[in-house]
Design a protein around this ligand. Structure first.
Ligand code: SF4
Length: 323
């Protein structure tokens, strides 16, 4: 069965049950994204709801997804209504929660509940965690090739890390392609750029942001949330793994991860990306207040290329960094 999901959650359980996890966001953004949005609006989804929600709704309805796991605490309040509309159309939904309090017992209970739902032994889940951690270690190498050796572009880093949310449904194939990529990337000449950037926030819906930053002689060497999807902490225990994953918790948990990474990666400035109509836009206030770096906010709405206004804002920001 294909198990769709709305944001990263313990996919080890799905693999242990012999099913295929599918990150609905990835199918949406790499597929016929604008058609998916139009189709959701045709069904009655409002104009002023985030594009990712509309995209996930259409992917769940219009592709071969069998069941949807909705992360109803720790991600997006819109997910509640997304789940309701899918359930109303007869699609089986399974709720999963990351407790906002980061309470270990509550998270353990959620994981156990999911194991019971999929009828898997905890030992089988741990076996899958070990299998996936082997690939996650290689993604750490890829990340180091990005910020230490400057041999992997920001876009390549983004693509590999964002796809590690579900390993494209086939970890063996993912690992094979990753091995090939790494063996080619190590032979490259290091890139040189005028400024080193961090990109904070959800993965951008803008298709040419990385390309444009490169054109402007800027290198993105930190993709914050995409890196979180790759579970880089390699904790011994699956509960600790999903407690170290910062995205579902508060902005202060994210900042505890972001601050040392900015320093370690020798960052000059930060792009704080947010999605139109997303509650996370409010967190940008705290990001700006707590980071001692120049921060430019960038907002995306529909899938597509950067608009002229945002390009102009980026150029002005770069001028400001120069003087
Ligand atoms: S971008 Fe924001 S509003 Fe959209 S799905 Fe993600 S958390 Fe929800």
């Amino acid at each position: 069965m294909k198990i769709g999901f709305t944001t990263s959650f313990p996919i080890e359980i799905v693999y242990a049950a012999g099913h295929i996890p599918v990150d609905l966001n990835n199918v949406f953004v790499t597929g016929r994204a604008n058609d998916f949005i139009e189709s959701a609006e045709f069904q009655g989804y409002p104009r002023n709801i985030c594009s990712w929600i509309k995209g996930m709704y259409s992917v769940a309805r219009e592709t071969d997804i069998d069941v949807v796991v909705g992360v109803v605490e720790g991600d997006c309040s819109n997910t509640h209504s997304l789940m309701a509309t899918l359930a109303d159309e007869g699609i089986e939904i399974i709720p999963f929660s990351f407790p906002f309090s980061k309470d270990r017992t509550l998270l353990e209970r959620e994981i156990t509940k999911l194991e019971k739902h999929f009828e898997v032994e905890h030992s089988a889940v741990i076996k899958w965690k070990k299998r996936l951690d082997k690939i996650r270690k290689k993604l750490i190498t890829l990340d180091e090739l990005t910020y230490k050796e400057n041999k992997v572009t920001g876009f390549e880093n983004h693509l590999w890390l964002v796809n590690s949310s579900d390993f494209n449904g086939d970890p063996d194939d993912f690992e094979r392609r990753l091995d090939q990529f790494l063996s080619e990337a190590v032979t490259r000449e290091p890139q040189k750029a005028e400024f080193r950037f961090a990109l904070l926030g959800v993965p951008p819906i803008i298709t040419d942001l990385y390309e444009y930053m490169e054109e402007m002689n800027c290198q993105i060497v930190f993709n914050e949330v995409q890196r979180q999807f790759s579970m880089p902490h390699l904790e011994e225990n699956i509960i600790d793994q999903y407690l170290s994953y910062t995205y579902p918790y508060s902005i202060f948990d994210r900042l505890n991860d972001i601050k040392p990474e900015l320093e370690k990666r020798n960052i000059d400035a930060v792009l704080s990306y947010s999605q139109s109509f997303c509650h996370l836009q409010i967190d940008t206030m705290i990001i700006k207040k707590h980071l001692d770096y120049p921060v430019l906010t960038v907002e995306g709405d529909q899938p597509g290329k950067l608009d002229a206004r945002t390009k102009l804002r980026i150029e002005s920001f770069l001028d400001m960094l120069r003087y």
